[in-house]
Design a protein around this ligand. Sequence first.
Ligand code: GLC
Length: 247
Amino acid sequence: MESRGLLVSDLDGTLLGDEEALARFAAWYRLRRASLRLVYATGRFFDSVVALVGTTSLPEPDAVIGAVGTELTLFPDGGNVAPWPPHPQGWDPEAIRAMLAKIGELEPQPPEFQTEFKLSYFAHDLEKRFLADLRRELANAGHYVETIYSSGRDLDVLPPGVHKGSAVAFLASEWGLRCHQVIVAGDTGNDASMFAGRFRGIVVGNAQPELKALRSPEIYHSDHPFAAGVLDGMEHWLDKTAEGVFG
Ligand code: GLC
């Protein structure tokens, strides 16, 4: 049985945001690399994460869950853990794009943010009701998709069952880890799926309301922002783990 734990953290607004706190996190992690794997789960693409690791104090991760959970890549070589996402049944991005083009509230993000598995829009201050209606309209047309809304601004439409949370669950199972050995950290709506399973969670102090609203004994809300919140949360969970680092 794998004895190392796993920390999966979002980047922008979670580990990134305070360079000094990030340097403290990096120094902390350097001492724990042998017992703790590190994965970044982000809306960014892999190449952008490689560039950040080269220019900030972000430690080298073991893998990157990129493009809001639609990419899963080993670091640094860019190899696949396994084909990901799993063959999405009935996923028809062209038809979905054509439907969404008719909705005035949705402005497509620039082409460089779009992929075969990630359709991304700017959509300001959408209400829950609007999102529920949108999901229903898509489902009525046979499109069962994930709609992920973050920061009152970004809407990502992804294949069914594909998001950061399912990518973390897949990785944990590939690496032989149990739920309590996995800690996830985030700040916005595209992180929410990571908190929906049975992993231990850290919500950083600067999180958006959609994450601050999450309540569960497995979710720790830090008062500290950015990387200082991740560090505080790691100390919280490691304190609670009686049988050594991750048992
Ligand atoms: C990142 C991505 C963007 C996405 C957002 C929220 O900013 O670049 O495409 O919509 O994360 O997931």
